[in-house]
Design a protein around this ligand. Structure first.
Ligand code: SAM
Length: 226
C-alpha cells in the first residue's frame, strides 16, 4: 500500500511512523509513505495557505486553491510512479471531526479495497468546504468525538490501524485476525491475557488457562469477550 500525506507539519510524523512495526513494514516495502508539505503550495512570498472565514468569526480556513493544487499534484506524481494497475485510483480521505467515526470494520475495508490512500490533514478551523463538495475528497473520517489541533495525529492513528491489516506487516507471531473488534471475536472486545509469574502479588492466573485443555480455554476466552 502507498500512502501520501498532505500536511503543514511533516515533522510531526517522525517517531510513530519510523519505529517498530511501521518502520519494518516500510523497510519491507509493504507500505510506502510519502509526505507533502502543504506550505510549498502556499501563495505569495509568505506561502500563505489559509485565510479569514467568510461570514467572520475566529480562526482561519485552509484555502481551496492551495489544497486542491496540492491534491492534484500528488495524484499526478503518484500516477507517474504507478507500477501496477492495482495502484490505479487513490482514495482521498480528509481527517475531520465532522467525518464518520473510524471503526475496525472500516479499517479492514480500507486495507482490503485500496492500494493507494491520500490523507489530508487539516489545521486551524479546517478546510474550505468546496474542497469536499467539489469532489476532491472521497471520505471524511473522524477518530472520535473530540477536537485536536490538526489532522496529523488522526492520520497516524488511521495509518497504524490500517497497516496492521496488510498481510505480512505483523509478522508470524502476531495476527490481526483475533483481536478486539475483529470478525473472529464477533466484533467484541478481546478476553484478558496473562503471562508469568503465575502468582503476582497474591493474584493467581485463572486455573483454566494452566490446565492445557484447549476446549476449556477456548470456552473461557469466549465467555470473557465483552
Ligand atoms: N473547526 C473544526 C470543528 O469544530 O469541527 C475543528 C478544526 S481542528 C482544530 C483542525 C483540524 O484537526 C481539522 O481540520 C482536522 O483535520 C483535524 N482534527 C481535529 N479533530 C479531529 C478528529 N476528532 N478526527 C479527525 N481529525 C480531526
Amino acid at each position: 500500500m502507498r500512502i501520501d500525506i498532505l500536511t503543514l507539519f511533516p515533522g510531526m510524523f517522525s517517531g510513530p511512523l519510523t519505529e517498530s512495526i511501521l518502520k519494518r513494514a516500510q523497510e519491507e516495502k509493504l507500505l510506502t509513505i510519502r509526505f507533502h508539505d502543504l506550505r510549498t503550495f502556499g501563495l505569495g512570498r509568505y506561502h500563505q495557505v489559509d485565510d479569514r472565514p467568510y461570514g467572520g468569526g475566529a480562526g482561519m480556513v485552509m484555502r481551496s486553491d492551495v489544497v486542491v493544487a496540492a491534491l492534484e499534484a500528488v495524484v499526478r506524481e503518484g500516477n507517474k510512479r504507478k507500477r501496477s494497475k492495482r495502484n490505479g485510483k487513490p482514495w482521498t480521505i480528509y481527517l475531520s471531526p465532522r467525518g464518520k467515526k473510524l471503526t475496525q470494520i472500516r479499517v479492514e475495508q480500507l486495507a482490503k479495497k485500496h492500494e493507494w490512500l491520500i490523507l489530508l490533514c487539516g489545521h486551524y478551523e479546517g478546510i474550505d468546504q468546496r474542497i469536499i463538495s467539489g469532489g476532491w475528497i472521497d471520505e471524511e473520517i473522524s477518530i472520535g468525538d473530540y477536537v485536536l489541533t490538526g489532522g496529523e495525529i488522526p492520520a497516524m492513528v488511521l495509518i497504524d490501524a490500517v497497516a496492521r491489516q496488510i498481510p505480512g506487516v505483523l509478522g508470524k507471531d502476531a495476527s490481526a485476525e483475533e483481536e478486539s473488534f475483529s470478525k473472529s471475536l464477533k466484533r467484541k472486545r478481546e478476553y484478558p491475557h496473562y503471562t508469568r509469574p503465575e502468582v503476582f502479588r497474591k493474584q493467581r492466573v485463572p486455573k483454566v488457562l494452566l490446565n492445557g485443555n484447549h476446549r476449556e480455554i477456548k470456552e473461557w476466552r469466549e465467555d470473557h469477550l465483552s
